[in-house]
Design a protein around this ligand. Structure first.
Ligand SMILES: Nc1ncnc2c1ncn2[C@@H]1O[C@H](COP(=O)(O)OP(=O)(O)OP(=O)(O)O)[C@@H](O)[C@H]1O
Ligand SMILES: [Mg+2]
Length: 135
């Protein structure tokens, strides 16, 4: 993969953008030769987190980065918005808890699908969710 294609940014401002982010993550995991199951895990998490960025965060962006540490390669995704933030992160990560009409499984489910999962958020400070899956 050329060096200039090891990272990039996509907007998350509409349903079409969510479709585009899913397609980008699918293509990146294919380039990294993830198994079909692992591709789907990453695409599923990206889809949930993109939707949270749009629905709860009021829109934002996805930053992707291919990680190449020689022995291991992976894909890191960061979802960021400047929305209201998450006041109680522990609660938000509880299976089945939603502030809206969702299933409340997006955040907790995404966490289980990834190897690394980190959230930076505070009321009024927006939200940044960073996830990584290694091959
Ligand atoms: N980017 C965000 N900004 C603000 N709040 C968020 C953000 N992402 C998640 N949340 C909060 O965390 C809660 C849990 O998120 P989660 O994705 O698990 O459930 P959900 O989006 O409500 O339902 P679904 O199962 O459809 O994803 C949300 O209901 C929302 O209150
Ligand atoms: Mg959600």
């Amino acid at each position: 993969m050329p060096a200039d294609e090891s990272s990039g940014t996509l907007p998350l401002r509409s349903e079409e953008d969510i479709v585009a982010s899913r397609q980008k993550v699918r293509a990146l995991t294919q380039q990294l030769k993830f198994s079909l199951v692992d591709q789907t895990k990453m695409v599923t998490a990206a889809s949930e987190l993109s939707r949270n960025t749009l629905v709860h965060g009021g829109g934002g962006m996805m930053v992707w980065e291919v990680l190449d540490e020689g022995v291991r390669r992976g894909l890191k995704l960061r979802f960021e918005d400047e929305g209201p933030g998450i006041p109680d992160l522990k609660l938000a990560l509880t299976d089945g808890w939603t502030s809206g009409k969702g299933l409340g499984l997006g955040l907790s489910g995404s966490k289980r699908l990834m190897h690394d999962f980190e959230i930076e958020t505070a009321p009024g400070q927006g939200t940044r969710v960073t996830v990584t899956r290694w091959k």
